[in-house]
Structures are given as C-alpha cells and as structure tokens.
Ligand binder design. Structure first.
Ligand SMILES: Nc1ncnc2c1ncn2[C@@H]1O[C@H](COP(=O)(O)OP(=O)(O)OP(=O)(O)O)[C@@H](O)[C@H]1O
Length: 284
C-alpha cells in the first residue's frame, strides 16, 4: 500500500475570528470539516466553483492560514499545532506555486537572487557558488538558459515566469507542492508545456501535489484523484477517470458540463520533450 504523505481530518477554517475582550467576532467559517488524503507520488486535484474554498483548503494544508478545527499530519508528524520554528523546517518540504508569478516573484530581485536565496536561507547550500550551481542546474531542468539569471521577472514571458515559479519550488527538493491555479493566466499551448513540465518533475522527484484549478480539463490532464468542493465542503472524491466518466453528484455533473473539455489534449502532455517545443527562449 502506498504511504500517505499528507492527511487532513475534519479541517475547519474561520476567517475574521477575534477573541479580544472588547473586539470579539465569531468570524465566518469557510471550511466545514474537510478530509483530504494525499499519498506519496500522487497528484490530487481540488476543483470547484469560485468561492468554494479551494485556495483556503490548499493554504490550510500548508498551515498558511490559521486552522480553527481538525488536524493535519505531514510525513507522519502532526503539524496542526506545530510552532512557527518547526513549521519553517517543515515548509522546506512543502512548497507552493502561485497563480500569478508576477505577484509572487519579487520584482526588484534578479532571477539569480530569487533562486539562490531560498537555498541559502534553508541551509541547503552553504555558499553562493554552490547555490548558483544548483540554480543553474534547476534552470536547465525547466528548459531555461543560464542568461535568465540576470533578468528581472518583468523581463520574462508569462510561461517563463511560471517556469521560474516551478524551479523555485523544485530547488529545495520538496516532498509536497501545492499548485494554485498556476496556468490560468497562460495561453493554451503554454499551459500544456507548463503542465507537462510539472508532470515530468513530479514523476522524477516522486513528488506529491495538490493541484487547484477551476478548469476541469487541466485537472483531468494532470491529476490521479480529484476532490470536488462546494461551499467549503468536499461533495465528491475519487479517481479522476471515474469522476469524469461517472460523476455522482449533480454539482460535479454541472461543473463538467459547464466547462469545454477538449482545451488540453491529454496526449499532448505525453508527446515530445518540453525542451524540444520550448520556443520561449526567443524572448530571452
Ligand atoms: N482572507 C480572507 N478573509 C475573509 N474571507 C475570505 C478570505 N479569503 C477567502 N475568504 C472567503 O472564503 C471563501 C472561500 O474562498 P477561497 O478563495 O478559498 O475560494 P476559491 O474556491 O479558491 O475561490 P476562487 O476560485 O475564486 O479563487 C470565500 O467566500 C471568500 O470570500
């Protein structure tokens, strides 16, 4: 049986809760007892309409938003109440790729700093030279040339920026990556390249991933299993193929019918290597 990497039980998140004597507020609960299990090497999709709680769930799994109920276990450790110091160590193994790399990559830093700083910060590399060697190797792995190191985020194309987002997450050799709507700002062919790269990396590194998207064609292209969310609850969960072929809930059926599916052809993702297709270099 494949080992479980990340497990949440009865997860609750309440925004705006204040417990002060003067300024009290019960807040608004937006996650209502969610159970999620992610095995080693598995890519799990989280799908649902806008406001259903996908991002909140993803962030709660990484303890990036305060959890008001339930528990989270990561790599056998209960991290529900882990101290900030402990979480800093755990986070090296849990990385996140954001929707908008323009917002998540510091615009005043070169790609060199963006990629080497986390290696030095987490003590993965002990000196600049080692950090830079590792950054260059990771750049090559995401099919970007070394000259990108001296560029700023705004000097790259959207697809290149998202490759940097992936490189930054992969650098620290994490066990788990949360990818939140990472291709929604890209055109369809760039989306397919980025997804293919992520799929290759997850296979090579034995990564577990949670892949948040409102786009079911993206989920179908990359995920093994899917959780369907509505109003802060999981309404359906199961293997991707089964959910698409035979959705149990009306809500999932509506989501499937509402979204044009053929956008990303799953065969495209298993065709020629990304490097052979990557014409992005022309912009560098
Ligand atoms: N920081 C916050 N403070 C208060 N309420 C919030 C906060 N972040 C999200 N919410 C609310 O929590 C609910 C779930 O939001 P969340 O962003 O998790 O949904 P989502 O499914 O990811 O939506 P989208 O697809 O639009 O990004 C929404 O009702 C939202 O308004």
């Amino acid at each position: 049986m494949t080992e479980i990497l990340l497990e949440a039980r009865g997860l609750e998140v309440t925004y705006g809760r204040r417990t002060g004597l003067v300024n009290r507020s019960p807040g608004t609960r937006v996650l209502h007892g969610v159970d999620v299990t992610i095995k080693k090497g598995e890519t799990v999709g989280i799908v649902g309409e806008s406001g259903s709680g996908k991002t909140t769930l993803g962030r709660a799994l990484l303890r990036l938003v305060p959890v008001s109920g339930g528990s989270i276990r990561f790599a056998g450790e209960d991290i529900t109440l882990a101290s900030p110091e402990r979480m800093r160590a755990v986070r090296r193994r849990m990385q996140m790729i954001f929707q908008d790399p323009m917002a998540s990559l510091n615009p005043r830093h070169t790609i060199r700093t963006i990629l080497t700083a986390p290696l030095l910060l987490h003590g993965v590399a002990h000196d600049r030279r080692t950090a830079e060697e590792r950054a260059v190797a990771t750049l090559a792995r995401v099919s970007l040339p070394e000259i990108v190191l001296d560029r700023y985020p705004h000097e790259l194309s959207g697809g290149q920026r998202q490759r940097i987002g992936i490189a930054r997450a992969a650098l620290l050799k994490p066990d788990f990556v949360l990818a939140d709507e990472i291709v929604s700002g890209l055109d369809v062919s760039t989306q397919a390249q980025v997804l293919r790269l992520l799929k290759e990396l997850s296979r090579e590194m034995g990564l577990s991933m949670a892949f948040i998207s409102h786009d079911l064609s993206v989920i179908r292209a990359v995920c093994d299993r899917v959780y369907v969310m509505r109003l802060g609850e999981v309404v359906e969960e199961g293997p991707c193929d089964a959910i698409f072929a035979n959705p149990r809930s009306d809500y999932t059926r509506l989501l499937i019918n509402a979204i044009p599916l053929p956008d990303i052809d799953p065969d495209w993702l298993t065709a020629a290597p990304v490097a052979a297709r990557n014409e992005d270099h022309a912009h560098v």
